[in-house]
Design a protein around this ligand. Structure first.
Ligand SMILES: [Zn+2]
Ligand SMILES: [Zn+2]
Ligand SMILES: [Zn+2]
Length: 289
């Protein structure tokens, strides 16, 4: 798989020097909810009124810290500012976009703060359709006529299809069906993040070969045209064969405790604030990047 561009050059110096013995990355689930979030506005169902904090779900996004300290955000949800404050996210070195739907992009403007903190532009990656959606949704950022005012996000958009490098770590975009459109999930080492997915294309299974930790879309029990149901997500997990899997993009149909108790060993609902450590193999960390 070829590198798609010079993307690694745009990364600022990572927070930590390269340490060949440290191959651990961390995944932090910033948001595990569907596009409406949970609780849903104006809803008084048991999940929306639940006092279990795991039943409060902000819009979907994860934050991945690579072994060299590089901080990778996947999507900028509308709740990104509150997610960043809640977890005191220290930096954002790159953003991987899955697609341009509102629940995955509307927090983009708050990247400005990381431009200021890091004194650097932030590279953003995704497929060409998604990059086009960002240009339309955030037209003011790319319009030379926009007055500077309170400042604009300083971002660079890089369309990617095949694998590419973030610093010394290989990132593999994984095409997924979201209804009738293709979008991209991402694989980093043994970790795969597969949100907004209603089917996995035949050609994507080999990209997921050997994944050990999977975060995957499971909206609710009832079927949906653009998202896996719980049963469909379980079938995908069974075929992928990871040691652990978490469901995300969850709506208010699924109470956390009762749903997780009903799932097979190794499969749970994700929740906002879930943190997991994962391994990057030597090959992934350095051979291609
Ligand atoms: Zn509800
Ligand atoms: Zn979507
Ligand atoms: Zn979504």
């Amino acid at each position: 798989m070829g590198q798609s561009d010079q993307s690694g050059e745009h990364l600022p110096n990572p927070a930590n020097p390269i340490n060949p013995t440290n191959r651990q990355g961390t995944l932090l689930v910033l948001g595990s909810g569907t596009s409406h979030g949970v609780p849903v506005i104006g809803c008084s169902c048991a999940v929306c009124l639940s006092d279990d904090p795991r039943d409060t779900r902000t819009r979907p996004s994860v934050y991945v810290t690579l072994p060299d300290g590089t901080a990778v955000l996947i999507d900028t949800a509308p709740d990104f500012r509150m997610q960043a404050l809640r977890h005191r996210l220290p930096r954002v070195d790159a953003v991987l976009y899955t697609h341009g739907h509102a629940d995955h992009v509307l927090g983009l403007d708050d990247l400005r703060r990381y431009n200021h903190l890091q004194r650097a532009r932030i590279p953003c990656y995704g497929d060409a359709q998604t990059m086009g959606e960002l240009r339309r949704t955030f037209g003011y950022i790319f319009d030379q006529a926009t007055p500077a005012g309170g400042g604009l996000p300083e971002i660079d958009l890089f369309p990617v299809y095949g694998s590419f490098c973030l610093g010394r770590t290989e990132v593999i975009p994984v095409p997924l069906w979201h209804g009738r459109r293709l979008l991209q999930g991402y694989r980093i080492g043994s970790l795969a993040y597969l949100t907004d997915c209603s089917a996995i294309p035949d050609s994507s299974w080999e990209l997921l070969d050997g994944v050990d930790l999977v975060v995957i879309d499971a909206l609710r029990h009832r079927p949906h045209p653009t998202h896996f149901s719980v049963a469909e997500a379980l079938a995908a997990v069974q075929r992928l064969g990871p040691s652990r899997a978490w469901f995300t993009h969850i709506c208010h149909d699924l109470p956390h405790a009762a749903t997780t108790a009903s799932l097979p060993d190794g499969v749970e609902l994700a929740y906002d604030g879930l943190s997991v450590t994962f391994e990057l193999t030597q090959a992934v960390q350095s051979a291609t990047c």
